[in-house]
Design a protein around this ligand. Structure first.
Ligand SMILES: Cc1cc2nc3c(=O)[nH]c(=O)nc-3n(C[C@H](O)[C@H](O)[C@H](O)COP(=O)(O)O)c2cc1C
Length: 323
């Protein structure tokens, strides 16, 4: 029922993508999403070397025969990342789908396209989507202000951004940011998107390789339990509200420099938080849709549930139309 250009292009059953998540998008979660008929995406930057990424690609392939992708986050990082090395590993391991994010993938397009790789570019503004189409990307994933991670600096929510992007490009658009259930999925399709991309919903699943306390926090928190930090660095970051994010926001309002913020915003602290479940250890990406999360299902239950309920919603809308 929900087959379209996106499912055909990616070779998946359902137009549901699990966006790349640093420290979280490992073989366990990615293979579960792909096995359930969606598209799982590994996160290259989770692995400190291209060799480690290659090993994880091999591990994922042992766990699923369905397509999966690799995310390349091109944002500035504290430690320079070896993007060329990761791309070589992706190509050598025969991965067919790459999700780019953070900045334009233009410098890498020639290499990716000559290896016949499908490029999904995740971005936060209509003008970036248009550029991505012009340089040869195959799919746009458009991230609204609600999203976990980096929503950009323009504060445009998905309800506005998705249809504007659909109108601006011809290639398939995936709605990202604020999607977590069947209602959001059907709404995304109504806005003209051909699929949804979710991060936060997949963080609170059985297969997500993070400490159970992180998943429980997702269940117990509300839509107001996230906040933006790093706006003063023009690198806004939506994270769970905790002692560190409150401290960072306070330091920013007092004019703190990157050097002063660095010890608190380092990704290593976020990694430790996910591993040991100490929720005040560091910054942790989390989207507003966390307010909709009330259980910790398996990935299969999430995807089956969305598709089943979406069919019911569509049937209900059709029957109302006939009354
Ligand atoms: C824990 C976590 C880590 C994330 N890490 C990354 C990342 O490294 N690179 C990236 O492009 N997006 C990252 N994201 C964003 C997701 O891929 C996705 O775009 C976003 O979560 C969609 O919004 P949602 O959380 O409302 O579903 C992360 C999200 C979460 C929840």
């Amino acid at each position: 029922m929900f087959e379209n250009r996106l499912t055909d292009l990616l070779g998946i059953n359902y137009p549901i993508i699990q966006g790349g998540m640093q420290w979280v998008s490992r073989a366990e979660l990615v293979s579960a999403v792909s096995n359930a008929g969606g598209l799982g995406i590994l996160s290259a930057l989770t692995f400190s070397t291209p060799e480690e990424l290659a090993n994880e690609i091999q591990r994922t392939r042992k766990m699923t025969s369905s397509p999966f992708g690799v995310n390349l986050t091109l944002l500035p990082t504290m430690k320079p990342s070896n993007i060329d090395g990761y791309i070589d590993a992706i190509i050598d391991e025969g991965v067919r789908i790459v999700e780019t994010a953070g900045r334009s993938p233009e410098p890498y397009m020639e290499q990716l396209k000559s290896a016949d790789i499908i490029v999904i570019h995740k971005c936060v503004a209509v003008r970036f989507a248009k550029t991505a189409e012009r340089i040869g990307c195959d799919v746009i994933s458009i991230d609204g202000f609600e999203c976990a991670g980096h929503p950009g600096e323009e504060d445009l929510t998905s309800l506005t951004l998705v249809p504007l992007t659909v109108d601006a490009v011809k290639i398939p658009v995936v709605a990202s940011g604020g999607f977590g259930d069947a209602r959001g999925f059907v709404a995304a399709l109504a806005l003209g998107a051909e699929g949804i991309n979710m991060g936060t919903r997949f963080l609170a699943t059985q297969e997500a390789p993070v400490h159970p306390k992180v998943k429980e926090w997702c269940v117990n928190s509300s839509e107001t339990d996230t906040m933006l930090v790093q706006r003063s660095l023009r690198n806004s970051h939506r994270v769970l509200r905790n002692a560190v994010s409150e401290r960072v926001a306070q330091m920013e309002s007092n004019g703190a420099s990157l050097e002063e913020l660095r010890p608190l915003i380092t990704g290593q602290r976020g990694k430790q938080l996910l591993e040991n479940g100490d929720l005040n250890q560091g910054l942790q990406a989390c989207g507003q849709v966390v307010g909709l999360i009330s259980s910790i299902p398996s990935v299969q239950e999430v995807i089956d549930g969305i598709i089943f309920e979406a069919q019911e919603i569509v049937a209900r809308l059709k029957s109302q139309d006939n009354e």
